[in-house]
Design a protein around this ligand. Sequence first.
Ligand code: IPE
Ligand code: IPE
Ligand code: MG
Length: 250
Amino acid sequence: MKFVLFKKNENKVDRSNRILPQHVGIIMDGNGRWAKKRGMPRQAGHQAGASNFRKITRYCNSIGIKNLTVYAFSTENWRRPKDEVDALMNLFYDYLVEALADFREENIRTVFIGDVTAFDPKLQKLMKEAQDLSSDKTGMRLNIAMNYGGRSEMIKAIKEISAGVAEGSIKESDITPELVSAHLYTAGQPDPDLIIRPSGEYRTSNFLLWQSAYSEYIFMDDILWPDFSTENLEEALDEYSRRNRRFGGV
Ligand code: IPE
Ligand code: IPE
Ligand code: MG
């Protein structure tokens, strides 16, 4: 028996008249396997993945997605061999230098989510510059999740809230889902309506755990992140518009 999590649905969707998710999450997975298939080092896959990230990000903004969160580096990715982590850090550095020049013209507000204090100070400085330079942009808000983990994000919220309780600024009865959401990196943003993961892995890998309580997941087989195309994104948006969201109701 074959379990099919995302089956290409041939029922056509009118793309001009489709409900778009307000917030899309993407787990950019499969770079290593993409490189391996080509007999290239894993780093080459990350390079190709970074370039695809730019294409897809721009495209999302151009079609009117208001919030996009991409998973670039998890709190668990430090477990990889040192040479791979080093290569990723160099790539982030190069990306940020280029993005500072290149993304200037784009109407995209970039925010880094995750514990960025773990990164090299030079990288942190570039992140801050990229964030500050785009802070007045009115287009899509792009969250780049770097050293991000849903569990450590929740621990951050728990610590902030318990400190508030201890000093008396928060009462126990004030602790509601809204308050918790307000202490996450995505405070003020709608929860992701749609989360896409290519590469054939069917798990969340610690991505937006609290926020994804009612997200629609689309796990795409047969496509690795560097090959994920604008048409694949459109297919995911078509599929999203076919979903019947009930939020516990009927
Ligand atoms: C995703 O691709 C990029 C990061 C996690 C940084 P992978 O490197 O996980 O690629 P696979 O899953 O090994 O193919
Ligand atoms: C999730 O992918 C993290 C990112 C894409 C940044 P991983 O490749 O790290 O996830 P696992 O290890 O397969 O769960
Ligand atoms: Mg992976």
